[in-house]
Write a protein that binds this ligand. Structure first.
Ligand SMILES: [Zn+2]
Length: 221
């Protein structure tokens, strides 16, 4: 069945109707607006389709990917679709709790905007910004020099360090931070070397990324 709540269309089974009735779609709309503002996005995305998934087979059908890593519980698809394991099954087949569904949808909305914003395809920032919208405080610490601003080799690095960088920037620059991040990602490209990217970062943010993280307490002592 299909339920419509504002800009959100949810595909689900009867068993999850109660969950959907108690879900805070007003809060989700507020998050949507925050994310839209972060990306300086002018237009609305139109309807956002939340597709509840009920089995690994459905996951394969809707995402085109085999479900073989139980820490994955959601994935964006074409035309504003967020595929996510349903509340009635998420705890049985993934490592995620039912309570995490709200934050996961917020995370995926960030990925939708990233995709539409024509930004450099850097997993570190794509995941870091998504994590920031889930939680704008970051307790991660790092004890090494950053090898990459692109990311994409190690998902733990992308989520952890990406989150730390985005939170440090937002804490340091306030709302200007989002504008600077988007500017950085618009002027970057995957063809650039890491060295060129670190230099571009310094030019736009007027600070070394390492020093910024140290200033914000993200360096392990
Ligand atoms: Zn993600």
């Amino acid at each position: 069945m299909i339920t419509k709540k504002g800009r959100f269309l949810i595909r689900h089974k009867e068993i999850d109707s109660k969950y959907i009735e108690s879900f805070d779609f007003d809060k989700l709309e507020d998050k949507y607006q925050d994310i839209k503002k972060f990306y300086s996005f002018e237009k609305d995305l139109g309807l956002i389709r939340i597709c509840f998934i009920y089995s690994p087979e459905e996951f394969l059908f809707f995402t085109g990917r085999e479900f073989n890593q139980n820490w994955i519980c959601a994935m964006v698809g074409y035309h504003n679709t967020i595929n996510i394991f349903s509340p009635s099954i998420i705890e049985k087949i993934t490592t995620h709790k039912k309570e995490s569904i709200f934050n996961t949808i917020v995370h995926e909305i960030s990925h939708l905007f990233y995709g539409y914003s024509m930004l450099a395809d850097f997993p570190l920032f794509n995941e870091g910004i998504a994590k920031y919208h889930e939680n704008n405080k970051c307790n991660n610490k790092i004890n090494f020099n950053l090898p990459s601003l692109k990311g994409g080799k190690d998902s733990i690095y992308d989520y952890g360090v990406g989150h730390l960088i985005v939170c440090s920037i937002m804490e340091h620059f306030g709302n200007e931070g989002a504008k600077k991040i988007i500017k950085f990602l618009k002027e970057s490209s995957t063809e650039m070397s890491e060295e060129e990217l670190f230099n571009l970062f310094k030019k736009i943010f007027e600070i070394d990324v390492d020093l910024l993280i140290e200033l914000k307490g993200g360096k392990e002592k």
